[in-house]
Design a protein around this ligand. Structure first.
Ligand SMILES: Cc1cc2nc3c(=O)[nH]c(=O)nc-3n(C[C@H](O)[C@H](O)[C@H](O)COP(=O)(O)OP(=O)(O)OC[C@H]3O[C@@H](n4cnc5c(N)ncnc54)[C@H](O)[C@@H]3O)c2cc1C
Length: 482
């Protein structure tokens, strides 16, 4: 790129979508001197800040405390006798709303301070290196940019046959407002969003029926971790979980009617009448109205194909000056993945070649206790071991052997570590237990560096901390090397 050609564009970079992916890309670009604009049609901060990570974690923090204070048996173990716990639903909702507003304001100010131009309106491509922005007033302007990053994210997926009204049948978009507490709520889907909301609702006294179409609950989790986690997170709570059944139709109202059929045979099972339904059946990319045809891009069920430098692909070949990051690419749909992809895209735009490393990106579910993972699943690790001809190592480290977990009377937990028995390289980890979401970071860092348990086993961990669960796993793995 010559300076003369750069100056002929309105911007060096236009980012479409100000979610976590777009935000990180725009900030990084502006910080590095690129003339950057970011287009947003709804709320600055996107799903994570307004309808996802931020409000859901605020609800989990408050409801988690309610659960703790209401757990008389747990408290008795410490010799504590607390009065019956009371809570105000509206104040819990207010806590989430206030946090959203604060983070949204901070994020917007950060972008402005970095020098990015915020364009309010709906963006779409107008051929190569051109973006049209339609403002709410209907006015449309077309801007040129040397590079364009698409970061339009995702929306909740509502399967056919399910009708939502936003009040009795709703998705996480509405659930995060906690407008009311249904006495009996059915949650369709037992992925991380369904599990987190089940954690919130049961802590606040609601009865939950969890409906999972696949043949086991928590199908996206490591099977051993899911088994032990389900004992506490599902069986130990006011949750009736049903796997292998499909909610064929859901009709809003009072009561909400759910027609259940067996997944395999589609034979009717029963019709439930509940107070509310939360549909947590995954998310779909937002890409329909981007006019991707104008640059010849074909999506994969709406997801934009990208390479590991985040360049948009057509028939496997990169399109010049067009990038996509975040949920719209369909790769590990998490806020920190979107942000990491944004950073990678901008580094490549700046001329520093960098590729994303999905294997080292951790994931967490913020239930009480938490679940986390990084790297390969056991099934994928087995496949890799067979293909590359090495022996797969697997060790388990238990929270019940950890002094800190015992002191907290929270010794329910397991960490599974997968590694190459010859080289010692850490391939993945799966954790269920107190603060699993924090514990996983240490292993994610090791995976990022492709480190061996041989060196990791010698790293000193603070005593007594939960991190010793990881230390024990590393030591066991080092002892199992061949
Ligand atoms: C309930 C819930 C809890 C979650 N919890 C976590 C968590 O704990 N940790 C975690 O890592 N992830 C979590 N996630 C996932 C996380 O929210 C997403 O992975 C993340 O928001 C993706 O970021 P993004 O930038 O790709 O897209 P989004 O955040 O979806 O942002 C896209 C933005 O683009 C805008 N946009 C779309 N089209 C246009 C257009 N044509 N013109 C202009 N603007 C447009 C949208 O309005 C939106 O603001 C959660 C999600 C949900 C729903």
């Amino acid at each position: 790129m010559s300076d003369a050609s750069a100056a002929s564009f309105d911007f060096d970079l236009i980012v479409i979508g100000a979610g976590y992916g777009g935000f990180d890309a725009a900030k990084h670009a502006a910080d590095h001197g690129l003339r950057t604009a970011i287009v947003e049609s709804r709320d600055m901060g996107g799903t994570c800040v307004n309808r996802g990570c931020v409000p859901s974690k605020a609800l989990l923090a408050a409801s988690g405390r309610v659960r703790e204070l209401a757990d008389a048996e747990h408290l008795r173990g410490f010799g504590i006798h607390a009065a019956p716990v009371r809570f105000e639903r509206q104040k819990i909702a207010d806590h989430a709303n206030q946090l959203v507003a604060t983070i949204r304001t901070n994020l917007t100010k950060t972008l402005e301070r970095a020098g990015a131009t915020i364009l309010r309106g709906k963006g779409r491509l107008e051929g190569s290196q051109r973006v049209a922005v339609r403002e709410a007033s209907g006015i449309e302007r077309v801007y040129s940019a040397r590079d364009v990053i698409i970061a339009t994210g995702s929306d909740p997926f509502v399967p056919p046959g399910i009708e939502t009204d936003g009040r009795t049948v709703f998705t996480s978009d509405e659930a995060i407002s906690l407008e009311w507490l249904p006495r009996w709520i059915a949650i369709i889907g037992s992925g991380y969003i369904g599990l987190e909301f089940a954690d919130v609702y049961t802590a606040l006294g609601c009865e939950v029926t969890m409906i999972e179409a696949l043949d086991r609950v928590m199908p996206t989790f490591d099977p051993d971790i899911a088994k032990i986690a389900a004992r506490k997170l599902i069986d130990g709570r006011d949750i009736d979980a049903r796997a292998g059944v499909l909610a064929k139709t859901v009709t809003p109202g009072s009561p909400v009617r759910i027609e259940l059929v067996e997944m395999a045979s589609r034979e009717p099972v029963e019709t439930l009448e509940v107070d509310a339904v939360l549909v947590a059946t995954g998310r779909v990319p937002v890409s329909k109205e981007l006019n991707l045809e104008s640059v010849g891009v074909t999506t994969n069920r709406g997801f934009i194909p990208v390479d590991e430098a985040m360049r948009v692909l057509v028939d496997g070949n990169p399109v010049a000056h067009l990038w996509a990051v975040g949920d719209v690419t369909g790769k590990m749909m998490l806020a920190h993945t979107a942000a990491a992809q944004g950073g990678v895209a901008v580094d490549n735009i700046l001329g520093h070649q960098r590729l994303i490393d999905y294997r080292s990106i951790p994931a967490a579910t913020f239930t009480h206790p938490e679940i986390s993972s990084v790297g390969l699943s056991e099934a994928d690790a087995k496949e890799l071991a067979a293909a590359d001809g090495f022996e797969l190592g697997l060790v388990r480290s238990y929270f019940k052997a950890n002094s800190k977990a015992l002191a907290e009377l929270e010794s329910d937990g397991l960490m599974k570590l997968l590694f190459n028995r010859s080289s010692g390289e850490v391939l993945g980890a799966h954790i269920y237990g107190l603060h699993a979401a924090d514990l996983i970071q240490e292993i994610a860092n090791a995976v990022a560096r492709r480190q061996s348990v041989r060196e990791l086993a010698n790293e000193v961990h603070t005593h007594p901390t939960l991190s010793e669960v990881v230390e024990v796993a590393y030591k066991q793995a080092a002892a199992a090397l061949v």
